[in-house]
Design a protein around this ligand. Structure first.
Ligand code: FES
Length: 311
């Protein structure tokens, strides 16, 4: 799995609670390109978290990420806020795309809350570059106007709100008034995503035109219990609700590689020999998910009662 060692060449703490990092190659070399909506996984002094890339994805000379300080998470954001200084080296994975614009879409409706604006910034850059029709609805706390100036510079078609009622009214009208072929992209806290999805679904949007970007596994529900069969030994056991497959395997002595435990780094990939997978990761491609031959044990579960694993 390709990793990058990047140097922190910029730190912006202008907005309270949000630290924006500029990361560059030690030699100033061009970094791997990425599509809008991509993220990188950053090793944060122990935990590993995924952060959206906000810059221009074509032959980038820097990656720019913005990190909301989270007091209750795994500690990765606090490490970035409290420990990192200019000149430090951080280890990241190469960019992955799990929230890219659908190229056949006739129009793109972007809906973001809070730090969920970050993948939308790269979507807006791509839309401007390729002449795609785009509209953004964005709500943020008055004290945290992340990327407001950049958004205004990138598009005239952005509505930026700090009041929930006004935002909701405009969102409802926008969802009700979209031409056929519009795709909807949503990023923000889990509750916000659920509300927007429910509103869109209620107005007749098909799931195939709704795309979500969650902030890692904190947004995932505990899931249903399911049975696991180990192909090499025929051993069977149950994975309870609220317990990940990775945890269940570890408690039975399996030593699986893992890093992020949030479905973003790709380390805990295991082979699936039978059964349907409920994929909940941001790592596997859509094609890989459809094929069903692999899953990320830290977040994904069985779609039905039983999964057979190629272990
Ligand atoms: S541990 Fe990173 S995807 Fe599972």
């Amino acid at each position: 799995m390709s990793t990058l060692k990047l140097v922190v060449t910029g730190i912006d703490d202008t907005i309270d609670g949000i630290r924006t990092l500029t990361l560059t190659h030690p030699d100033g070399a061009v970094l791997p390109s990425f599509t809008p909506g991509s993220h990188i996984v950053v090793e944060c002094g122990g935990p590993a978290n995924a952060y959206s890339l906000t810059g221009d994805g074509i032959s980038p000379t820097a990656y720019v990420i913005s990190v909301l300080r989270c007091e209750t998470g795994s500690g990765g954001s606090r490490w970035i806020h409290d420990e990192l200084t200019l000149g430090d080296t951080v280890v990241t994975r190469a960019p992955r795309s799990a929230f890219a614009p659908v190229l056949r879409a006739r129009r793109h409706l972007l809906v973001a809350a809070g730090i969920g604006i970050t993948p939308m910034v790269s979507h807006l850059r791509g839309a401007r570059l390729w002449g795609r029709e785009v509209r953004l609805l964005y709500i943020h706390r008055a004290a945290r106007p992340a990327y407001v100036d950049e958004v205004r510079a990138l598009t005239e078609h952005a509505s930026i709100h700090t009041r929930r009622g006004e935002f909701t009214a405009e969102l409802t009208a926008a969802l009700a008034d979209q031409p056929f072929g519009t795709h909807l992209y949503i990023c923000g806290p889990a509750v916000f995503i659920d509300e927007v999805v429910a509103a869109a679904t209620g107005l007749g949007w098909p799931g195939s035109r709704i795309h979500l970007e969650h902030f890692g596994s904190a947004a995932l529900d505990p899931g249903e219990p399911f049975t696991v069969r180990i192909a090499s030994t025929a051993a069977e056991f149950t994975v309870d609700a609220g317990v990940s497959l990775l945890e269940a395997l570890e408690s039975r002595g399996f030593d699986l590689p893992n890093l992020c435990r949030q479905g973003v780094c790709g380390e805990c990939r295991i082979q699936v020999a039978g059964g349907a997978v409920l994929h909940r990761d941001l790592y596997l491609s859509d094609d890989e998910k459809q094929e069903g031959g692999a899953m990320m044990a830290c977040v994904s579960r069985a779609q039905n009662d039983t999964l057979e694993l190629g272990l």
